[in-house]
Ligand binder design. Structure first.
Ligand code: MCA
Ligand code: AMP
Length: 513
């Protein structure tokens, strides 16, 4: 048995001097440089007692070292659990208690805040900085290297990615080596990636989009990445002439379009822009085409499934649609009684294929609720298929907000708000936001007649929740709108406050201002 995923991404090019990462300081890291670092790190992990199937959690700033740690986990058969760098220590505590990693790696600056969290979960805390700082840094070059990748089969677990749950409890989606490999191979082919490609990488690497879709595809093709620490319009505009491709969330594209420097000429060297993680407005698609002469290729995926559909590379990239199921992926649209709807009708999207995850870590009931016995995964997205077979996402049945490509489960925010002094109840909604697509708004009902202490509430929210989950606006109402069954009518709230991010200076009585 070999380790097909590691061999495909890096092992096959372990001695190649071809560039892998172009770094902001002008340095370049080749495939062989990366393979060397990975062998050292993998040796370190094995000497530390990590075995195949053990977990390693990482909440580190984006850096080549962080990418090396991901690859070292694949090399050792250790399950890699990347965590959003915005998560607070309270949020991290949940993930490490749930996944029980043997090692938690963090940036040096966050080490003090996470020491107790690691200790309580029985994990060893190590640090790895973006700037050659941290207790793991020496291991990158001086630990006894592990000679061979640990043999793994397609069914072995490669990564856990946590996705929030409707009950507010996050679920660890278990992704196998086979899931990641199938998506990497299919997307490389579908999007015609080759060793000549240079991907402008401005996404975070703690989610499927930046790590699996971007890095795995480029490495499978033998291409290179311009490695930015995050998205900055200036840095992206500077780098565009050296790149051939970019993957982004819609916010990347609206921000670029806001910049007059972003012209057809500047984008002229690019062969492909892809968008995903959130709906791309047809208007953005059209503006982009008018500005650059290029059509953004929109695709659709999920943490649990990787990528499911894509607009064609050759052929019409239809604005407002997410294209066709990828090779090997089956997609069907179902009604509430479990029957497939007629073509053109709206229903629940279900998908099946080698990309679909194995289940939620230690949550068999949740797994059974969402993953059917016949292998179809119930996505929670509502869609339809038109007469040309293009799939369109028309809405979501699951109560999530997608802001700048990050998912927020209202329940999690509501539970925190409901527990605050002076708050009787709350409803958290997403409404249109020009930059983030959707922005989070909290509607509160006060207990009694006095207004709650909004400064205290905001301080608690800041301490407990990652920045992208925090409401950007608070509204106080006397009562939440409810239907005759007593259910809160979020749709009515979304309509009432649809313009709130456009009318911030207007008369509405908003709390905390
Ligand atoms: C930052 N803020 C946000 C977000 N990001 N608020 C809401 N939504 C966000 N996404 C907060 C900041 O903390 C700050 O708050 C304020 O908004 C302004 O920050 P700004 O500097 O403008 O933000 P930024 O640092 O430039 O980040 C925006 C971003 C970033 C570049 C769009 O969020 C991003 O990289 N998103 C990509 C997400 C992603 O990769 N998703 C893939 C998930 P304050 O002023 O209070 O401090 S994988 C997935 O969905 C599936 C599998 C798929 O299909 O791909
Ligand atoms: P997650 O896996 O938690 O990051 O989020 C996946 C969700 O993002 C999907 O279930 C969709 O609701 C949404 N999503 C991803 N790509 C698209 C897209 N191109 N258009 C609309 N929604 C998308």
């Amino acid at each position: 048995m070999t380790n097909s995923l590691y061999d495909t991404l890096l092992g096959a090019r372990a001695h190649s001097d071809a560039p892998l990462l172009h770094l902001p300081d002008g340095a370049t890291l080749s495939y062989s440089d990366m393979a060397g670092r990975v062998a050292h790190l993998s040796g370190y992990l094995r000497a530390a007692g990590l075995e195949k199937g053990d977990r390693l959690a990482m909440q580190c700033p984006k850096s080549p070292q962080a990418l090396a740690l991901y690859l070292a986990c694949l090399h050792s058969g250790v399950i890699f659990l990347p965590l959003n760098t915005s998560y607070t220590p309270d949020e991290i505590a949940y993930f490490v208690q749930d996944a029980s990693p043997k090692i938690l790696v963090t940036g040096p600056a966050a080490a003090d805040a996470l020491r107790d969290v690691a200790r309580d979960a029985g994990a060893t805390l190590l640090t790895l900085g973006a700037d050659e700082q941290g207790s793991l840094t020496d291991a990158l070059t001086s630990a006894q290297p592990a000679p061979d990748a640990v043999a793994c089969s397609a069914d072995d677990l490669a990564c856990f990615l946590y996705t929030s749950g409707t009950t507010g409890r996050s679920k660890g989606a278990m992704l196998t080596q086979g899931n990641l490999l199938s998506n990497a191979l299919t997307l490389t082919d579908t999007w015609a990636f080759t060793a000549d490609d240079v991907l402008l990488h401005a996404l975070p690497i703690f989610h499927a989009h930046g790590l699996f879709v971007a890095c795995n595809v480029v490495m499978n093709a033998g291409g290179a990445m311009i490695w930015l620490p995050g998205f900055s319009t200036e840095a992206v505009l500077d780098a565009l002439p050296r790149a051939t491709t970019m993957m982004g969330v819609p916010t990347f594209y609206t921000r670029l379009l806001d910049e007059p420097r972003f012209t057809r000429d500047l984008a002229g060297h690019m062969r492909l822009f892809t968008s995903g993680s959130a709906p791309l407005l047809a208007e953005t698609h059209d503006q982009f085409s008018a500005r650059t002469g290029q059509a953004i290729l929109e695709r659709y995926g999920m943490t649990e499934t990787g990528m499911n559909t894509s607009n064609p590379y050759d052929g019409e990239r239809r604005a407002g649609t997410v294209g066709f199921p990828l090779t090997g992926v089956e997609l069907r649209v179902m009604d509430q009684s479990g029957q497939e709807v007629a073509q053109g009708e709206t229903g629940m999207i279900e998908v099946r294929g080698p990309n679909v995850f194995k289940g939620y870590w230690q949550m068999p009931e949740k797994t059974a609720e969402e993953l059917r016995a016949d292998g179809f995964f119930i996505t929670g997205d509502l869609g339809q298929i038109d007469s040309d077979s293009y799939v369109t996402i028309v809405g979501r049945e699951k109560d999530i907000i997608i802001s700048g490509g990050y998912n927020i489960y209202p329940k999690e925010v509501e539970q925190l708000l409901d527990a605050q002094p002076g708050v009787k109840e709350s409803a958290v909604i997403g409404v249109p936001h020009a930059d983030f697509g959707e922005g989070v708004v909290a509607v509160l009902v006060a207990e009694g007649t006095a207004s709650p202490d909004m400064e205290a509430i905001k301080a608690t929210v800041k301490a407990k929740l990652a920045n992208f989950k925090r409401p950007k606006e608070y509204i106080i109402l006397e009562a939440l709108p409810r239907n005759t069954m007593g259910k809160v009518q979020k749709k009515a709230l979304r309509t009432d406050y649809a313009d709130i991010f456009q009318t911030l200076d207007h008369s509405m009585s908003r709390a905390g201002e």
